[in-house]
Design a protein around this ligand. Structure first.
Ligand code: FE2
Length: 416
């Protein structure tokens, strides 16, 4: 556990601010003491709270079928959680020399992948495709490569009725890029990189409140990372009984194409600042409390596989546009968020439960984080509509904007 030096009055100040602090030594008058800092997010290490007894039956069955041991507790947290901002910044702060961009050389017609499907069903015109009759665990490298291409074109691809082990989910993620191992997130026991997505655990039995539960935000995962997620794979192994707990995605390609050519030109080459969801202490200013990681990315990005331009901002994490006055930045960002959020023709909403979903099996969504925002719709009840999932996130190359790249509509000739 890390320590920091502080005077008695500073300690009192910290204690008032962070009730979770443990004092290793009682303060002595006018002396300097060591305090033990707990992370500002209050996350416990290791197995922390054991929620294994609350696991939905279908999740327990999945874990048992595939040899996941939850006897020591569930879920598991990383053993050592970074406390300080400079340590958190250093995590994955450089390009991955072994990264291979999947999908670049894939068959544009995706014949191998599509021949395995009973049906290739587009859920909307521009966003979202379901592959019916395909088991993700059966796909070989060529088919996964074609899947990477399909996801980059369609934003998100769905698979129902899957018997997918957490281990196979991890393997698929590793094919797409190095798998993100979150420094704080709860994960499947013994499977670092397979993150637990579970409202009951995350909300810790807080009472559900209809008025507040819509308070989720459109966002992109981990966009504060230097080389953020390329593809994210969420597999729900417990699907709410009622038609609830949907997830929605919106297309960054489509949002960019909604803008006028003059405004597009203004935005191209601009830099936006993105912030982490979690906080860490500033080593030189512990009393300031937890601070977020902030990272710069191009506001318009060029997708490395399709070559299409996309808006890369989201209401959840994008703070400001570099070099603009604060009010200019906020006004423009708000407008861009609205374009992403309010145009239903560039969105898809996926109902995990219907149609044709066997609840003893799971369903998967794999999406491209580089060109989308998503929104988890929290209209389910943790007690009666159990919802549990595992998420594997593959990290890509740092986002870039390429001068001269085309938008989706331009490249596909949709406006001719
Ligand atoms: Fe998310």
């Amino acid at each position: 556990m890390s320590t920091a030096t502080a005077t008695e009055s500073q300690v009192n100040e910290i204690v008032q601010k962070y009730q979770t602090l443990d004092l290793k030594n009682p303060p002595k008058s006018n002396s300097t003491i060591q305090v033990e800092l707990k992370n500002p997010n209050g996350v416990k290490e290791g197995f922390g709270d054991d929620y294994s007894k609350y696991l939905p039956q279908s999740t327990k069955d999945r874990f048992q079928r595939h040899g996941i041991d939850i006897s020591k507790g569930y879920p598991e947290r990383p053993q050592s959680i970074p406390l300080f901002l400079d340590d958190a910044y250093k995590i994955r702060n450089q390009a991955d020399p072994n990264y291979i961009e999947r999908g670049v050389n894939a068959d544009p017609e995706k014949k191998a992948l599509f021949s395995k499907a009973k049906l290739v069903r587009n859920l909307t015109k521009y966003v979202g495709t379901e592959l019916v009759g395909v088991q993700l665990s059966d796909l070989n490298d060529q088919e996964l490569d074609e899947l990477a291409l399909l996801i980059s074109e369609r934003i998100v691809v769905f698979f129902r009725n899957q018997d997918l082990s957490p281990q196979d989910q991890l393997k698929i993620g590793e094919f797409f890029g190095s798998v993100e191992k979150h420094p704080l997130a709860a994960q499947v026991s013994g499977q670092p990189g397979v993150t637990t997505i579970w409202g009951k655990f995350n909300r810790k039995d807080k009472e559900t409140d209809f008025k507040k539960r819509g308070g989720n935000l459109w966002h992109t995962d981990l966009d504060h990372e230097f080389r953020g997620p390329s593809l994210t794979h969420l597999h729900l192994d417990a699907i709410p009984k009622e038609a609830s707990g949907d997830t929605a995605w919106t297309s960054g390609y489509g949002a960019f194409d909604k803008l006028s050519p003059e405004f597009q030109k203004f935005l191209e080459g601009k830099i936006a600042i993105h912030r982490s969801a979690h906080k860490y202490f500033d080593r030189d200013d512990v009393l300031a409390g937890g601070k977020h990681i902030e990272r710069e990315h191009p506001l318009v990005v060029t997708h490395p596989v399709t070559g299409w331009k996309a808006l890369f901002v989201n209401r959840g994490h994008t703070l400001r546009i570099k070099d603009l006055e604060p009010e200019e930045s906020q006004t423009i960002l708000n407008y861009l968020f609205n374009v992403l959020e309010k145009n239903l023709d560039i969105q898809v909403r996926f109902n995990w439960a219907i149609p044709e979903q066997d609840r003893s099996l799971g369903a998967s969504a794999i999406w491209d984080n580089r060109v989308s925002n998503h929104y988890a719709i929290a209209d389910y009840d943790d007690e009666t509509d159990e919802r549990h999932g595992t998420r594997v996130t593959s990290l890509g190359a740092p986002p870039v904007y390429k001068e001269g790249s085309k938008s989706q509509r331009e490249a596909l000739g949709w406006d001719k």
